[in-house]
Design a protein around this ligand. Structure first.
Ligand SMILES: *Cc1c(COP(=O)(O)O)cnc(C)c1O
Length: 238
């Protein structure tokens, strides 16, 4: 059984890398400008092991429970936290993840900073940008997919830059359902360049999932977060 799954993951990884290379080529970018983050949520730790054996070095989770269950001390894996984060879970997340993609409010900056200092770690923080503006009007008023309004990004960035234990890494976003991902990610790219003009080191753009990877790469993504393309369809969340 293991071998069948390992073969499947090897094939998926091969296809995903080809897709990234083609998208980079079409966009006139070098494929090593784009880092693949394998989002393994809902899949077993054996899949993480299989992917790392195939050379994947960046792995993402969106829930603290799953992160702490799956992230034993693998020195050659960089764990990324990509989900909504409650402040009270900051300490546990910081213990395992070296990048948090979903920083979206001052109180979380404070909690992450305290946690990073306590754990004696440096955490790279990406500011999650709301692209609700690019979605259908009804989506903008609904639960949405999180993030800070673009106009508030520089303020939050200054807080991260000044916080002990944190390093400002760049921006992250999820394209709203029903949006044109090229338009949404072009908006993200604008926010990213405004951020970079004040914080030159904050040059990561985390954008692109299985459904909109190509658009994200066209619009400058440096980190793509892929789940289904690599691991297959997820069981429905309970
Ligand atoms: C699940 C998830 C992904 C991966 O999505 P796929 O569509 O499976 O590629 C990326 N980013 C975040 C924030 C996620 O929660």
């Amino acid at each position: 059984m293991m071998t069948v799954r390992a073969d499947e993951l090897r094939e998926n990884l091969h296809l995903v890398r080809e897709r990234i290379e083609k998208a980079c080529e079409a966009a006139g970018r070098a494929s090593d400008e784009v880092t693949l983050v394998a989002v393994t949520k809902t899949f077993p730790v054996s899949d993480v092991r299989a992917l790392t054996a195939l050379g994947v070095r960046d792995v993402g989770e969106n829930r603290e429970q799953e992160l702490k269950a799956k992230a034993p001390d693998w020195p050659d894996v960089t764990w990324h936290f990509v989900g909504q984060l409650q402040s009270k879970k900051a300490r546990s997340v910081v213990r395992y993840a070296s990048v948090v993609h979903s920083v979206d409010r001052s109180s979380l900056v404070t909690a992450l900073s305290k946690a990073a200092v306590a754990e004696e770690r440096t955490v790279r923080c990406l500011l999650q940008v709301s692209l609700a503006w690019y979605g259908p009007a009804e989506a903008a008023t609904g639960a949405g997919r999180g993030g800070v309004e673009p106009s508030a990004i520089l303020g939050l960035a200054a807080e991260v830059a000044a916080a002990d234990g944190l390093e400002l890494g760049g921006v992250m976003a999820v394209a709203p359902l029903g949006s044109d991902p090229d338009e949404a990610f072009a908006g993200l790219r604008d926010v990213a360049s405004r951020l970079r003009s004040e914080h030159p080191g904050a040059d990561w753009i985390s954008a692109g999932m299985t459904g909109d990877l190509d658009a994200a790469i066209r619009q400058g993504a440096t980190h793509v977060r892929l789940g289904r393309a690599l691991l297959g369809t997820r069981p429905p969340l309970g």
